[in-house]
Design a protein around this ligand. Structure first.
Ligand code: PAN
Ligand code: ZN
Length: 190
């Protein structure tokens, strides 16, 4: 919570000491992805904050190679919806991914083209396996800490962002006054 006279200090920012690419995703690149468009517009008037960052070690996109890196979702909300990644299916749908949560708290929102869905808790020390066919999005549900995960997936997987951009995920993670809740996405367009 912001207080009028106080400030807070974030300790121990996790950044890998070696990487090939560093991507910053700002609010403007998430247009249409948050449920409260008015809250999105209000936030956008005050600048274009970085919502999350990805550090990746490059490898050739061929069978047998693995890509790894660190994803950092910053704390914050657009209206009552927590900061989150865009989320995607892998272009090669039959490829999986492992996530290892290094710091923070959050949720991994997942679903398949067949209509299954699952929301898993993320907390430091938790390992999550995202099986082939499951779209995935990480959501930071902490009030003031980064959600930091290490990920590993086949280098040939590729990303299909379009499907999620067009129809969204079936489930949203909202704070309706009692902390994070899984809520049906009223705008889901499958
Ligand atoms: C991760 C994600 C990373 C950022 O490396 O790419 O967490 O999320 P978006 O790609 O959805 O913006 C991964 O799942 N790679 O496949
Ligand atoms: Zn992925």
């Amino acid at each position: 919570m912001d207080t009028p006279h106080g400030f807070h200090i974030t300790f121990g920012r996790i950044v890998p000491d070696r990487y090939d690419s560093h991507l910053e995703r700002r609010l403007s690149s998430m247009k249409g992805q948050y449920s409260d468009e008015q809250a999105f517009a209000r936030l956008a008037q005050n600048g274009d904050p970085v919502l999350y960052e990805v550090y990746e070690l490059a490898r050739p996109a061929v069978h047998g190679e693995l890509l790894s890196g660190i994803s950092i979702v910053h704390p914050g909300k657009v209206g009552n919806e927590y900061y989150m990644t865009k989320g995607h299916f892998h272009q090669l749908l039959e490829t999986a991914e492992v996530y290892y949560c290094l710091a923070g708290r959050g949720r991994m929102v997942t679903e398949t083209p067949e209509g299954d869905w699952a929301v898993e808790e993320l907390a430091a020390g938790k390992v999550l396996y995202v099986p082939p066919r499951w779209a995935h999005r990480s959501v930071n549900t902490s009030e003031n800490e980064d959600l930091v995960t290490l990920f590993v997936y086949p280098a040939e997987a590729g990303h299909d962002y379009k499907t999620i951009e067009t129809r969204g995920f079936r489930k949203l993670i909202l704070d309706l006054g009692k902390g994070p809740e899984v809520v049906d996405n009223p705008a889901w367009g499958g």
